[in-house]
Design a binder for this molecule. Structure first.
Ligand code: ADP
Ligand code: MG
Length: 677
């Protein structure tokens, strides 16, 4: 179907084996992938500014000619400066180029060029340092790509040109002709040409619209196909067993919301098609107790329950909680994670297959093909949006189409919920358990750091524990040093004499678990951590949290983080520190001092930061979109969903020749998702 485009980029003129290795890092393997490496943004040279009026210190576009080239200067060894005088007849400026002699040599006196860069100096003597230089006959809109070390912007543009040329004349059209017509879309080859080299912003819009539609249609088809697969099969109907023992064994009285959520589950599980329910509740609302209730009901009916968590830490914690709630009632609970020794894992798996265990808690190791259940009746996923789509599908495929319960603290708009979860019913936990005090929250600047730490000490003296969260995280190696050196610094400095632990994403699963265990057992006073503590960690004795560089987080994320304290009867405090106290930052952080309601906070976040940030890149666990923005492109999303339904109504499995291209797209999207996880 893809023909020439399926060829590895290596065979593209001008690429070769060495560069193709670099391209791998950008996720580009084939010519097709290269064409789908879309620009991050564009430089539009349609309206150059006059030098005379151009502002200083801002990115601008100028058009003019080289008047004179000055002799090169040697500032010091290894640093050569080239200068040229440039004019557009409104004013002159000096182009300054460091070391790049080839760039300078290419400039010809009397020829016209576009310059892109920042002006410095003053209104009399203007300079432009290391500008991008384009000949006057270059394309007026220039793409700017995400790069990797070893590939320059110009090289990438050159390779892209070659790829686009190889596309010339070759018409690949995955959409059925009817859809293209009805939706008023441009052809795919037009779209690919113009997403890279649009003549103006209108053609860019057309191209983008087409590519966004393709992407969302593919996603909608994939989600719908998966859903219909799970609807077909019979469920595991259960009978009306009582779970009164569960209620009376609990160390606390359930909230109304918890009780009715459990009842919803019990009703669902007695029907003869599988339950598909979302329990949505703010951090600390007690979702785990709901899960345990549902699991106990499945147990009473002779079924196993699998509980899947996105991280080892969480899985370990759920295991402890489940054991606490259910073991006294005779339910056998086991933990299955990737870090078990092979021998232990084998044993656990054999026992699970034999039906020795009733509740199986784990990370995605659970979904591995080799885990067999004896009689799986209920699958619970915590923070499901963190899992890849395919992982969930795999688990749902186990057993005899089991009931499904998902728990989430992330308030998401309904349209998006439908896309992420398919058709589902929702139970909401509105209130927090009794006796919870809202976490007192303060936003302060770095100047008050010492005082904040003094506060932390007070808490520790009273027997409490503390989190200190640093956002300088797993992103890159150099950043990683930061959280480590931060921990070292405070444990040798202000907190010497206290027991300080460190938790971050790069630790092995084993070490993470050890640190968490120590913190839970109160063998540590302070846990310095990256955002890995964000989801679900439950240490009721931890009552104070300091968040460094709080301005770098979204409000919802801060709220999630803050939810790690205030989980017990102790009064709790959260101190947000920022060294970047702009008016906007202060306003934003203040919202957290005022509100303790996750939904409200996410609405505010949405207002202030726009939807882009709210959805983040991998917040929802859908396959990664290259160009569509699920929140901005709502309208296209709705159209794509309708179109997908229409297509599947006629051809449920995309078997016909007309839909072969679509089928390939759907398979491609979900494959890519697994590879990324
Ligand atoms: P989340 O909804 O954030 O996952 P958890 O299930 O982890 O919340 O519960 C948070 C804490 O509250 C746990 O320590 C749990 O045992 C406790 N808890 C849950 N329900 C209640 C309740 N009804 N009353 C008192 N404490 C509760
Ligand atoms: Mg939880």
């Amino acid at each position: 179907m893809l023909g020439e485009l399926a060829k590895p980029v290596m065979y593209l003129a001008g690429v070769g084996p060495k560069k193709s290795e670099l391209y791998e890092k950008l996720g580009v393997h084939t010519v097709y992938d290269l064409l789908y490496h879309f620009p991050r943004y564009y430089i539009d040279m349609n309206e150059p500014q006059a030098i005379r009026d151009a502002p200083l210190n801002e990115q601008i576009v100028l058009r003019g000619r080289v008047v004179r080239k000055l002799p090169e200067g040697h500032v010091r060894r290894g640093l050569t400066v080239y200068k040229a005088i440039f004019t557009d007849d409104t004013a002159d400026l000096t182009i300054v180029i460091y070391n790049a002699g080839f760039m300078f040599k290419a400039l010809e006196v009397g020829h016209e060029y576009f310059l892109v860069g920042k002006l410095t100096g003053n209104m009399i003597r203007r300079e432009i340092n290391s500008p991008q230089i384009y000949p006057a006959d270059a394309e007026l809109v220039q793409p700017v790509y995400r790069l990797t070390e070893g590939i320059t912007q110009n090289q990438l543009r050159l390779n892209m040109r070659t790829a686009l040329e190889s596309l010339g004349g070759f018409i690949y059209e995955p959409l059925p002709p009817d859809v293209v017509r009805e939706q008023g879309l441009c052809s795919l080859s037009y779209a690919l040409q113009n997403i890279h080299y649009p003549t103006d912003m209108h053609t860019l819009e057309l191209a983008k619209n087409r590519l966004v539609f393709d992407e969302l249609l593919t996603l909608a088809l994939g989600m719908l196909m998966m859903k219909s697969r799970s609807r077909e099969k019979a469920g595991c109907p259960m009978g009306a067993e009582s779970i009164d023992e569960y209620y009376s064994a609990l160390p606390f009285e359930l909230t109304e919301g918890q009780k009715s959520a459990i009842n919803d589950c019990i009703c669902d599980m007695q029907k003869d098609f599988p339950m598909n329910r979302l329990v949505q509740g703010d951090v600390g609302s007690g979702k785990t107790a709901v899960a345990a209730g549902a699991a106990y009901f499945a147990y009473k009916n002779g079924f196993q329950t699998a509980l899947m968590a996105p991280t080892e830490i969480l899985a370990g914690q759920h295991y402890e909680t489940m054991k606490g709630f259910l073991e006294p009632l005779g339910v056998k609970v086991v933990l299955l994670t990737g870090s078990l020794t092979p021998k232990k894992k084998e044993k656990a798996k054999a026992d699970i297959a034999a039906g020795e265990y009733h509740v199986i808690v784990g990370t995605h190791a659970l979904v591995q093909a080799s885990t067999e259940f004896k009689r799986l009746g209920l699958v619970i996923t915590d923070e499901q949006h963190r899992f890849g789509v395919e992982q969930r599908a795999l688990l749902a495929g186990k057993g005899d189409n089991p009931h499904k319960l998902v728990m989430s603290a992330t308030p998401i708009p309904r349209t998006l919920a439908l896309m992420i979860y398919g058709d589902l019913d929702i139970s909401v936990l509105k209130e927090l358990p009794k006796g919870r005090q809202p976490v007192e929250t303060y936003a302060v600047t770095g100047k008050l750091r010492e005082r904040a730490f003094g506060y932390v000490k007070q808490y520790i003296e009273e027997g409490r524990q503390a989190y200190i969260v640093c956002p300088m995280i797993e992103e890159s190696d150099s950043d990683l040093r930061d959280v480590k050196s931060y921990a070292k610094e405070i444990s040798e400095g202000i907190f010497s004499g206290y027991r300080v632990g460190l938790l971050h994403g790069r630790l092995s699963a084993d070490s993470k678990e050890k640190v968490m265990k120590k913190f839970k057992a109160h063998e540590l006073d302070i846990l310095v951590s990256t955002t890995v503590v964000e989801v679900g960690v439950d240490v009721p004795n931890a009552a104070v949290m300091v968040i460094e560089n709080a301005d770098r987080f979204g409000l919802s994320q801060l709220h999630q983080l803050r939810g790690r304290v205030g989980r017990g009867e102790h009064k709790s405090t959260c101190i947000l520190i920022t060294d970047n106290p702009t008016e906007e930052v202060v306003q934003r952080l203040k919202i957290l001092s005022k509100s303790h309601n996750g939904f409200e906070i996410s609405q505010e976040d949405l207002k202030l930061r726009g939807p882009g940030d709210f959805f983040g890149s991998r917040q929802h666990g859908l396959p990664k979109m290259k160009i569509a923005d699920m929140s901005q492109d709502m309208e296209v999303l709705v159209k794509a969903q309708e179109t997908a339904k229409e297509i599947l109504r006629k051809d449920p499995n995309l078997d016909t020749g007309e839909n072969a291209g679509l089928r390939e797209l759907v398979e491609g999207l979900f494959e890519q998702d697994i590879a990324n996880d």
